[in-house]
Write a protein of this length. Structure first.
Length: 215
């Protein structure tokens, strides 16, 4: 590896300055741009095609929204979230948006450049404490999914349909599911219709009952 370029996006100027300084301490990293909000981050990413975009989740316009856009338009660019949030929802939303890493802002400045270099090599950058939450999430949902898949029902749900079914079970409305998954309400309704057809049930209430029975 001869070196990588990084875009740093955060609405707090002193944070951007500190991050740039930490990254450029490493001889193989150059910060190619800074941005203070999601639209500016997306614009700079599209223009410069950096190797890594380091995005604050809470910046104006939303870091998750920026991640969705950047990963969709620049498949070779790695996105890493940089945040104070330890909330499960933020972690899972970031990974759904295509992020290859989720780093906390209390990360050792000396470790930060190494983490980004690892991401470019294909590794994930997630603190150990948060990795355990991912394991718990899959452990919780896995048995329920296997039980339902192993029932008399035909038709296999896609990974996205499983996500929608999980959210239906959690009591979310169609609009809330669309917002959660960053999709349109029309797409959410399409997924729900496909789930009902595959599970051979008349409505979402029946699907939730069937799902609950498989726990």
């Amino acid at each position: 590896m001869t070196g990588i370029t990084v875009l740093v996006a955060d609405d707090h100027a002193p944070t951007r300055k500190d991050v740039r300084a930490a990254l450029e301490e490493h001889p193989d990293i150059a910060v190619c741009a800074e941005a203070a909000d999601a639209p500016a981050a997306i614009d700079a990413a599209v223009r410069l095609a950096p190797d890594v975009c380091l995005l604050d989740i809470r910046m104006p316009g939303g870091g998750i929204a920026a991640a969705w856009e950047i990963t969709a338009r620049l498949p070779d660019t790695r996105v890493v979230m940089f945040t104070v949030s330890r909330e499960d929802d933020d972690l899972f939303d970031a990974l759904r948006a295509g992020a290859a890493g989720y780093l906390l802002k209390d990360t050792d400045p000396e470790r930060l450049p190494l983490a980004l270099l690892d991401v470019v090599k294909g590794d994930a950058a997630i603190p150990r404490a948060l990795v355990s939450r991912l394991a718990n999430e899959f452990r919780d949902r896995g048995p329920r999914r296997r039980a339902l898949a192993g029932s008399e029902l035909n038709g296999h749900l896609t990974s996205r349909e499983w996500e929608v079914l999980d959210l239906l079970r959690d009591g979310l409305t169609t609009g809330e599911i669309a917002e959660k998954l960053c999709i349109s309400q029309v797409t959410a309704r399409t997924h729900i219709a496909a789930i009902l057809k595959k599970l051979r049930v008349p409505d979402r209430t029946a699907a939730i009952k069937l799902f609950a029975a498989s726990r």
